[in-house]
Design a protein around this ligand. Sequence first.
Ligand code: 13P
Ligand code: SF4
Length: 352
Amino acid sequence: MRIDKAQLNHSEIIDRIRTGKRQFGKQLVILTHHYQRKEIVDLGDFVGDSFELSRKAAADRDCRYIIFCGVHFMAESAAILAQPNQVVQIPNVEAGCWMAGMAEAETVRSAWEQIESVVGMGSISPVVYMNSDAELKSFCGNHGGLVCTSSNAAKAVRWAFGQKEKVLFFPDQHLGRNVGHDLGIAPEEMVVWSPGNVLGGNDPDALKRARIILWDGYCLVHTRFTVEQIEKMRSEFPEARIVVHPECTREVVARADACGSTSYIVKYVKEAPPGSTIVIGTEINLINRLALEYPDRKVLDLHYSLCPNMFKINLVNLLQAIENIGELNVVKVPEATKAGARLALDRMLALA
Ligand code: 13P
Ligand code: SF4
C-alpha cells in the first residue's frame, strides 16, 4: 500500500510507525546508520557505523524482518549476513553510494588481470571497502581477500599483507592512503589506479615497486573538506579539537587531531570534557545530532556537507516499508554472489 504524503502529517506518520513497531515486536529490527536524520535514528532500534551494523545484522537471529535505514551497500551486506529466513528491506532503493559506484566488477577484474600480468600471479591481496557492490565483495572473497570498514581498515590491510606482499585497495583511495600511512608505508610505495587507463595510468616499474595499489575512488561528501577550512577553524577556535572521517584526504587527516569511523567520532565527542569545542569533518546529520545530544560542548561542523543518498530515507518511506513488511524493497543478492561475498565479510568479522 502506497502512502499519500499529503494525507498525513508528521505526528501521524510517527504514530503509525510506532504502531507498526509494536505490532511486529521482536520480529522487526530497524537498523540506522549514524548519517540518518535524527527522526529516523530516534525510531530505530540500533544506530551504528558500517561495521557495527553488519555485526548486528549477522548476530540478530531472532528477528524475521530487518529494515535498514542507510545506503544500499549497507542493506546488501546485511542481506548477505542475515539468516536464510530473514528479510532485509531498505526504505528507498534509490539510496545508493557514489563511491560504491566508482568501482564496477568488470573494471576491477580487468585491473586485477593487468596487475597480475606485471607483478606476477599470486602476489597481491584484494581489500574492498564495505562501500561497494556485493559482486566486488564476492570477487575479494574468491581471490583470498576481505572486506574492511573505516573502523577496521588498518587491521584488514595488515591481515592482507600477512597473505601476500601487495594489496589492491578499492574503491576509496583516501581511506587506503590514510591506512597505508598509519601502517608506515611511504607515499611512493602507494600508487593510484585510474580505471580506464592502460595499467591504471602507471608504468610497470611503479607497479612492481608499489606495496598498495589504490583505486581512484572517493567520497564527494568527505573530499569537500580542505586544509584551508581546518586553518580557518583553528584561528577562530584555537582551543578546538578537530576530528575527521578517514574518507577525507591525507592532507586533511594530517592536520586534524583525530580521525576515525562515525562511531569513533561519536565516542570522541562523548568523551570530550564539558565546555570543550569539537570541530567535526563528516556528514552533517551526524554532527547536528551530536550538537543536540551534547549541549554542554560546542560541536561545530568543519564545513556543511550532506550525503544526499543517506537523506533519501525519510519517515514516509520508512512507514511504507513497515506497512509492507517483507514485501516492499526487499534487498536480494544472487546466491552465486553471496557465497564469496559472505566469505570476504566473515574474514572481516573474524578480525575483531
Ligand atoms: P562508517 O563505517 O564510519 O560509518 O562510514 C560509512 C560511510 O559511508 C562514511 O561515508
Ligand atoms: Fe557513500 Fe560518501 Fe554517502 Fe558515505 S557519505 S554513503 S561514502 S556518498
